[in-house]
Ligand binder design. Sequence first.
Ligand code: GNR
Ligand code: NI
Length: 176
Amino acid sequence: MALLEILHHPDARLRKKAAPVQQIDARITQLVADMFETMYAAHGIGLAATQINVHERVVVIDLSEEKTEPLCLINAEIISKEGKMEHEEGCLSVPEYYEKVERAERIQVRALDTAGKTFEMDADGLLAVCIQHELDHLDGKLFVDYLSSLKQQRVRKKLEKLKKQQPKSPASGAAA
Ligand code: GNR
Ligand code: NI
């Protein structure tokens, strides 16, 4: 198991489009385990591989209070959408910023599980929001992209300020 570094906006790597997983092997199983560990440690309810600089279509989610309901979606596709809803969103790649975003209210999803088996599920409420948020990450999209350019500018300024206050930890690698 390993804790992985989560990329922060604005980082060009968050804009890369992820490729479908070709084969679910030990490497992918390890990736999924590391993503759950990283998501739980960061107190997130979801994490897309893009956020840890792996550009393959893997998403992990756990909405439960006790962190006992892990859901992994590989090569997920939204096969139908219904209705509209507004929900306040946050993102581990956009720390300390929350804003309402409009999404489909109900979705139907088809994906592979970690055994490589295709399954379908219906989602509404926060789960539907979270799946749409995570699949956007795999296409290089962030929730702040839906906001007005004024709000986007504010987010960038706020993150620049945060970055100055919190110099990079040794784990994050880059030299000063
Ligand atoms: O932890 C997270 N919370 C959240 C809240 C509302 C809508 C979406 C999310 S996902 C986010 C974790 C994350 O950044 N996933 O990509
Ligand atoms: Ni996110």
